[in-house]
Design a protein around this ligand. Sequence first.
Ligand SMILES: Nc1ncnc2c1ncn2[C@@H]1O[C@H](COP(=O)(O)OP(=O)(O)O)[C@@H](O)[C@H]1O
Ligand SMILES: [Mg+2]
Length: 296
Amino acid sequence: MTNPSADDARPAPAGRASAPVSAGVDGAAGAVPLLHLVDVGKNFGPVRALSDITLDVPAGQVTALVGDNGAGKSTLIKTISGIWHQDHGEILWQGKPVHLHSPKDATDLGIATVYQDLALCDNLDIVANMFLGQEPRHFFQVDEIAMEKAAKQTLADLSVVTVRSVRQPVGSLSGGQRQAVAVAKAVMRQAKLVILDEPTAALGVTQTRVVLDLIQRLKSQDIAVIVISHNLTDVMAVADRIAVLRLGRMVTVGPKSQFDAQSIVELMTTGTSARVAPPAGTSQPAGQSSGSPSEH
Ligand SMILES: Nc1ncnc2c1ncn2[C@@H]1O[C@H](COP(=O)(O)OP(=O)(O)O)[C@@H](O)[C@H]1O
Ligand SMILES: [Mg+2]
């Protein structure tokens, strides 16, 4: 397999960026979101998995992505992660259009995706997992001391205190601890955007708390977080912004304060909710940015 170089995540010609860049988070002037999707579409043969997806993902905020099965959540995060390339629309990173042709292109920008299966090696310890494939060398030897120090520091920075030893095999950890290791691995690689796919789905109450706290720590480090979750209690606890997908379309996106659990369910299942009023003068539901300067 050939991996395109980082240069392939190159900015497109500057002229095309002007309109989207001028619109910040939800149309707020001046604030350029870390990630901005404009009219993104993705087809699988005749299946339109995503249509006209416009979404801002600001730094230092948690954007929850919710939607029923088949809504397009996984396709959307795979497009942001460079696994799929969109058929339509643009992806802007820090205001500049980028082309993500491989997961490496996304990783090189600072996009780290923690999938549900976590992709950790149970037989290896925490340190080995965190550095897998990127072990620092010292005189041609893997620098175990530096690795251990960095792993401990990253976990401490994320306030992960329940892990007894970074030399424990990952297979011996609880679900919440495994999630923490996967997130710490992303953070150690200088991620600016961490995408979490159902991070609490397999967890009990206490472990869920650990993961939600971890998400708060990412926020406090000015990292942008996208979290996919079916658990609306978790969404309401941790999200700053909520984006509702239905049948491949963005039904609405806006600050958490615009929603409650009931309106989210209504939006996910029917595409509308009387509990969320559309902004005056637009056909779009609350919070959705169209890039128009007059819209908020
Ligand atoms: N690799 C694929 N090939 C064909 N169709 C796909 C593929 N991945 C997803 N789809 C289709 O795209 C739509 C969105 O799926 P997905 O993004 O997995 O939804 P979600 O994650 O919200 O459950 C569904 O209709 C699904 O069947
Ligand atoms: Mg999915």
